[in-house]
Each structure stands twice: as structure tokens, then as C-alpha cells.
Design a protein around this ligand. Structure first.
Ligand code: BGC
Length: 766
């Protein structure tokens, strides 16, 4: 096989090149048999393989594959090694099912808990998302199977997802919506990146030159190909110019024609087309280096799905009962009421393109039975499959609960509520489910609620009446067993939330800007999504980011840093000792947040910059070390157009969750960033004084100005004849405007004076 890409391109006709840049079918690339260019097969993604039997047709049914927990669950593991294993297992299934590229992971931020695809995404935090994605991608690609990092970018809702124009300021993009993509590209080089459907600041993502070419390819060094989300291309020529290499799905004869015509007419440079052809050929040939076929180990993969679920399930609440310890783990109960349809019909994945045809499914109630063979289990359906109201089911369930020693309430939203293609409209369980929980918990104080959902639900209406709540997520095909293990203490819960559970919808960051209208959605909350918002507003939440309980307890001691004074480029090492102070083995997830004490631009109160998961036997202590690099202290400055650090003090918060800070250490950073002076004619006096070069040349004038003002208007603190602090007001005026008022006292015209000062600060003669 000739895989010399340059010679292949040289031998291709314009028609062949244009055709290659569009798929041949829903799941395949266009082969060029004449030149030995094979077909490449892609399949969804992200938490398993959705491979249709005939890749040249668009059919809903797919071949059996392991349905692993969806991303909200796998993210709650915070377990990077496990993400790698998950990736590797998915790659093995891809190989067995003859798939070259898996369409995932999805790394969009959870801007609102209403986002229809939140179950497919990891977190509200870009750092955590990036770390998980890197490990997942490396896991897949180490096996010679490609990934598709999606959906790039600012695709954070389903409402009008094909057309909505996300209005996001540059700093918010760089600090919140892009970093997970950036980290994944720089540290894992996904073979493909999938552009999103939406527009970003007025331009379709599929045509966005800044996004696809300048940032992704040029700045981050992305070497793979950019594929469109399925049907995201509107103007094929504009898309090629923007940097979109491969349009999917195909065939698209008319589009191919347009490309040919555009090259012939000179509207599209052939070199631009060649660059996309080069990128596509590179990945097609890379894909073919991995022989496909064979079988995957169905049992072992089912077991891995169970393990991921067990690590991702979060024990949200486990209060002590009035008569003693907490209800969980269950022990010694003879009659156990199991209530709720989802105990029989496991709800373990969401709707849409990620939907897997599982190899098998663990039935939650059967898993319970197998773990407590001497207990008696009594089942009641509790609620119907839809959102209709059935009092008879509630009455029956309450009766069953009352007759038992303990009630396990399995509550799953109707299966169609969380899906690709539309958002949720509220955070509520169905009215039936709320009434059911209230009815059961009022007759049975030992009630555990086990939730299956892909995103937060509101719990105010019932949580106080329930001593224990387990977040079981969309837990994948083996989740029923994982839940049973957790409930009976065969596994100690160790998952922690990768997203905040708010008290109510109206509290959520994007509430006033969701989901937009008239074709646009304003990201008005800016940097403040997730815990960054609740921190800034000092708002209580139901369960904070990073929260998760265990059957044991952990103590954090002896916190230390590698240096109290350090240069940004050297980074910092944070170490803390963690002790398991309880009676069972367990795992804890230590989180390190950074708080900037003072900065030029407003910053979130704290940001996650490191974490570690540690496994401890009872009584055992381990030292945990977390590295913080320069980026951990930096923020993106839109005027400089780059990440910057500033000299000053930072607090390092060592925490068990975003609201459970165990230790705070203060360090001092010395910035090595050499910034150009950005003072200009509009710069305010305060900006002149904040800039070191500005202060040098303007400082003496400032002192005179202050003196003058004090004489006329009184200084700050004095009682001024006009009731104001004159320098306070002037601080926010452009220098030239202030000087205009004092023209008479100046030796030259204020504009000339400012021009001269500007020349001086910019290092020019004047
Ligand atoms: C989804 C993608 C998916 C693609 C192929 C699109 O509608 O947005 O996530 O990979 O379809 O199924």
C-alpha cells in the first residue's frame, strides 16, 4: 500500500480530493480505490460503541457492545487510571466491531443543569474535564483506535442547537469553554476533533477560522482532522476555508460539486483543499495500521463497567438515624422493600446518538437478592414509565414499605427526559415520584433513595424526610450490581460530584440567560458557572461540587508546599497526609483549589487546579502530592490576548469538596511573564498608575495632580466643597480627558502631552 501522502495527493484529481473531504455514508469516509486509499469507519461514542450492522446505512439498531456508565458517572470517579482503562476497553470493542474512530469524548461544560446532553459530558469544571478527557483519549488511542473530541465549541444546550448563536466573551471562552479541548489536544492529540452545530459569536463553528484554524491547529498544534458534527456544515467552501476538513455524514454530491467549482473559479485555493486532504489521509492510513476484527471479552468489559459505576456512584447523604448510626451500608435487615420501576427496569443510559445496545443488563433487584440471599425482598412498582399520576401505585408502595425493615426507593426520571436533541425544562422528579418518596418515607423512617439520572435533580420537597440518598447516575449496563455492592457495603462509595447540585433552578448560573431567544444565547454569567458562581454569590447549594460521602472518614494533616515563594515557571508542589480514621478501607479524592488574593481582572473566588484519589486501609496514612504548574495561577487577559500571571499572594486550598476546605496555605508568586505595555489614548489614570512603565513616566504628574486637587477640592477623607473625592473620580477617566480640564496649566496641548507619554512608555523617542 502506498502511504506516501504527498505522492498520493499529487496523483489525485480535483474531483477525488473534493469527494474525500466528504463522507461516503453516515459512518464511512470516501475511499479512493485507484490510489489505494481505504475507507475509514467511525461510530459513536462516547461511553461505548454504537456500531450499526451496515455502516453504509443509517439504521437505529446497533450491534451489541458494553454500555459503560455515561460521563456524569465516570467523571464522578475522578479516577484517571480508570478513565484510561475505560478508553482501552472501548478501543478493544471498536477493534472487534471494525470501528476506526470512536466519536467521543464530549467535553462541553455543564453551563446549566438543564442541558439535554449533560449526561454525556463530564463536569462544570474545565480542569477536571480536561484531565479526564486526556486519560480517556490516551487509553483509546494507545490501542490504535482514534477518538473524536467533541463538540467544539460552546455547544452547551440543545435548544436550537443547529443554529443558536452562542455569545461568549473571549476570556470566558479561554478560561471556561476551551481549556478542556486545549488540554486534550496538547496532551493527547485526539485523531479528530468534531466541530459543533452552533454559531459562536456570529459564525458557525463549522466555518470558524479562529476556532478551527488559528486556535486549534496553529496555536494548540492539533495534527488530526476536524470533522463536522453530523449535518453541521452549511457552506462547504466557507467551512474548508475555516479549517473544517471532513464533512459528515455523506454522501453529499452537491457539496462536492460546489468545492470543485470553487477551486476552478479561484474562490477556494487548491492548497486549502490539499491541506484538508492531507489531514484526512493521514488519519485514514493511521487507522488502517490497526488490524480489525476478532472478539472482545464481554465478561471482563461488563466487570469494568461495574467497576466504573461503583467508583462513580456518589453517596450524597447518609445521616445517622435517631436510634444510632447511619442507615447505609445495609446490614441485618430481614424484610427489604424495593420500590420503583427502575429496580426492575434499570435506567442506565440517556437518549440519542450515544445510545448503546448493551451486551447484557444487570437487574438492580436481582443484584440485591444475590447479595443478601437470606433476606426477603418485596417489590412494588411505585411509579409508571411516564409522568402520569397513579395514586394506587403509591398506596401499594407505602403498604409494602411499612411492612418491611427498610425501604429502597429506586427513582429514575422517565427515560425520554434526558436526551440529545432537547433540554430539560426543570430539575424536578415527576409529581408521582415526589409523592411516592414522601408517602414511603412517612411510613418507613429507614428509607434510602437511589437516583438514576444524568444530571442534578431538585430534592427540596423530600430530602429532609429521607436519611440516605445515593446518586446512581446513568450507571451503565452493570450499574445494578454496583448499586447493590454499595448499598450492602461490598463496595465503599468513593465517587464525588463533578457538578454542583443546586437547591433550585432559579439559583443556577445561567438561569437568566437560558436558553436564549431570537437566535442568540448570551453567556451573561461569564466565567461564573458551577461552583464559581455559587462561590461568588455566596449561595447555599444542595450538594457542592466535589462532594461525596464514604463509609469511612478521612483526616487531612501536615499540609505543605515545595516553596512559599516561587516563580510561575517553576510551579509548586502541594503535599498533604491523608489518614483513614474509620474502620473500613476506602478511597478519598483530595482537591486543590487556588484563590488569587488580588488580580488586575476579576477572578473566581477559587478554581480547581489539582486533585488526587487515594486508597487507604483503616488506620493507614499516605502522603498525597499534587503538582501545580504555571497555568494553575494564570488567567487569560483579553487585552494582552494571552494567559498571564501576576506577582502576588495566592491561597492554596486543600479540600474534600468545594465547600469543605481542610487547610489553607499562602504562597507568593513571582511572575516571569513579560507583558507589552498596552496603555493607549483611552487608558484611564488608574490604568496608567497600575502599569509599571506608566507609573514611571506619569507618576510625577500624578503627584502634582493630587497636590493640586487637594488644594482646590480637599483630599480624600477631607470634607470636599463638592462632596466628592476628586482623585477617585479622575482615576476612571482617560488621562487625556483629565488633562483637557487643566489645559491652561500645561506647557503644551493635552493631546500632544499624552502622545509624548505614550511614546515614552512604548519605548519610542519623543
Ligand atoms: C451528535 C454527535 C454524534 C453524531 C453522530 C450528532 O447528532 O451531535 O455527538 O457523534 O451525531 O451520531
Amino acid at each position: 500500500m502506498n502511504t506516501d501522502i504527498r505522492s498520493i495527493i499529487a496523483g489525485m484529481t480535483l474531483e477525488e480530493k473534493a469527494a474525500l473531504c466528504t463522507g461516503a455514508s453516515a459512518w464511512t469516509s470516501t475511499p479512493v480505490e485507484r490510489l489505494g486509499v481505504p475507507e475509514m469507519i467511525v461510530s459513536d461514542g462516547p461511553h461505548g460503541i454504537r456500531r450499526v450492522p451496515d455502516v453504509h446505512a443509517m439504521t437505529p439498531q446497533s450491534l451489541p457492545a458494553t454500555c459503560y456508565p455515561t460521563a456524569s458517572c465516570s467523571a464522578s470517579t475522578w479516577d484517571l487510571a480508570l478513565m484510561g482503562q475505560l478508553g482501552a476497553a472501548i478501543a478493544e470493542e471498536a477493534i472487534a466491531l471494525n470501528v476506526d474512530v470512536v466519536l467521543g469524548p464530549g467535553v462541553n461544560m455543564k453551563r446549566s443543569p438543564l442541558g439535554g446532553r449533560n449526561f454525556e459530558y463530564f463536569s462544570e469544571d474545565p480542569f477536571l474535564t480536561g484531565e479526564l478527557a486526556v486519560n480517556f483519549i490516551n487509553g483509546v488511542q494507545a490501542k490504535g483506535v482514534g477518538t473524536s473530541l467533541k463538540h467544539y465549541a460552546a455547544n452547551n444546550q440543545e435548544f436550537q442547537r443547529f443554529s443558536i448563536d452562542a455569545q461568549v466573551d473571549e476570556r470566558t471562552l479561554r478560561e471556561i469553554y476551551l481549556p478542556a479541548f486545549e488540554k486534550a489536544v496538547k496532551e493527547a492529540q485526539p485523531w479528530t476533533v468534531m466541530c459543533s452545530y452552533n454559531k459562536l459569536n456570529g459564525v458557525f463553528a463549522s466555518e470558524h477560522h479562529a476556532l478551527l484554524t488559528e486556535i486549534l491547529k496553529d496555536e494548540w498544534g492539533f495534527e488530526g482532522l476536524v470533522v463536522s458534527d453530523w449535518g453541521a456544515v452549511r457552506d462547504r467552501v466557507a467551512a474548508l476555508r475555516g479549517g473544517l476538513d471532513w464533512e459528515m455524514p455523506g454522501p453529499q454530491d452537491r457539496r462536492v460539486r460546489t468545492v470543485i467549482d470553487a477551486v476552478r473559479s479561484g474562490e477556494l485555493a487548491e492548497a486549502t483543499l490539499d491541506e484538508s486532504v492531507r489531514r484526512i489521509l493521514r488519519i485514514v492510513f493511521k487507522a488502517k495500521e490497526t488490524p480489525k476484527g476478532g472478539a472482545f471479552d464481554v465478561d471482563a468489559h461488563h466487570e469494568l463497567a461495574r467497576q466504573v459505576a461503583a467508583e462513580g456512584i456518589v453517596l450524597l447523604k447518609n445521616d445517622p438515624l435517631p436510634q444510632g448510626g447511619p442507615l447505609l451500608p445495609l446490614a441485618g435487615h430481614e424484610r427489604i422493600a424495593v420500590i420503583g420501576r427502575s429496580a426492575q427496569a434499570a435506567h442506565f443510559q440517556g437518549g440519542g446518538s450515544s445510545h448503546i445496545n448493551p451486551t447484557r443488563v444487570d437487574v438492580p433487584i436481582e443484584a440485591l437478592r444475590s447479595r443478601a440471599p437470606t433476606s426477603e425482598f418485596i417489590y412494588a412498582e411505585g411509579y409508571p414509565p411516564d409522568d402520569s399520576f397513579r395514586q394506587d401505585l403509591i398506596d401499594k408502595a407505602a403498604q409494602v414499605a411499612q411492612s418491611a425493615d427498610v425501604a429502597l426507593l429506586y427513582i429514575a426520571l422517565p427515560t425520554y427526559i434526558e436526551s440529545e436533541g432537547y433540554d430539560r425544562t426543570d430539575l424536578d422528579l415527576t409529581a408521582q415520584q415526589v409523592a411516592l418518596i414522601r408517602a414511603v418515607s412517612s411510613v418507613q423512617p429507614r428509607t434510602v433513595v437511589v437516583l438514576n439520572n444524568g444530571a442534578p435533580v431538585a430534592m427540596n420537597a423530600w430530602i429532609d424526610a429521607v436519611p440516605a440518598v445515593v446518586e446512581g447516575w446513568m450507571m451503565g449496563q452493570a450499574g445494578g450490581s454496583a448499586l447493590a455492592d454499595i448499598l450492602f457495603g461490598h463496595a465503599n462509595p468513593c465517587g464525588k460530584l463533578a457538578e454542583t447540585f443546586p437547591l433550585k433552578l432559579a439559583d443556577t448560573p445561567a438561569y437568566l440567560n437560558w436558553p436564549g431567544g431570537a437566535g442568540k444565547v448570551q453567556y451573561g454569567e461569564g466565567l461564573f458557572i458551577g461552583y464559581r458562581y455559587y462561590d461568588a454569590k455566596q449561595m447555599p447549594v444542595l450538594f457542592p461540587f466535589g462532594h461525596g460521602l464514604s463509609y469511612t472518614t478521612f483526616e487531612y494533616s501536615h499540609p505543605r508546599v515545595s516553596a512559599t515563594h516561587f516563580r510561575d515557571v517553576d510551579g509548586l508542589t502541594v503535599t498533604v497526609d491523608i489518614t483513614n480514621t474509620g474502620h473500613v478501607a476506602g478511597k478519598d479524592i483530595v482537591q486543590v483549589y487556588v484563590h488569587d488574593r488580588a488580580s488586575g481582572l476579576v477572578r473566581p473566588e477559587k478554581e480547581l487546579k489539582g486533585f488526587a484519589k487515594v486508597s487507604l486501609q483503616p488506620g493507614e496514612t499516605k502522603s498525597v502530592t499534587i503538582e501545580l504548574d504555571s497555568r494553575a495561577f494564570a488567567y487569560y487577559h483579553p487585552e494582552y490576548g494571552r494567559w498571564i500571571t501576576e506577582d502576588g499572594e495566592f491561597d492554596i486550598l486543600i479540600a474534600a469538596s468545594a465547600t469543605d476546605i481542610r487547610h489553607t496555605l499562602t504562597v507568593t508568586l513571582k511572575s516571569t511573564v513579560k507583558l507589552p505595555c498596552i496603555l493607549d489614548k483611552e487608558s484611564t489614570i488608574r490604568e496608567w498608575m497600575a502599569d509599571p512603565r506608566g507609573r514611571d513616566v506619569f507618576g510625577p504628574f500624578y503627584a502634582q495632580m493630587e497636590e493640586q486637587n487637594r488644594k482646590i477640592f480637599g483630599g480624600s477623607g477631607d470634607e470636599s466643597p463638592i462632596g466628592m473625592d476628586m482623585m477617585g473620580m479622575m482615576g476612571d477617566m482617560p488621562l487625556v480627558s483629565v488633562l483637557m480640564w487643566q489645559q491652561d496649566a500645561l506647557p503644551m496641548h493635552p493631546e500632544d502631552l499624552v502622545d509624548g507619554l505614550l511614546a515614552e512608555v512604548h519605548g519610542q523617542a519623543h
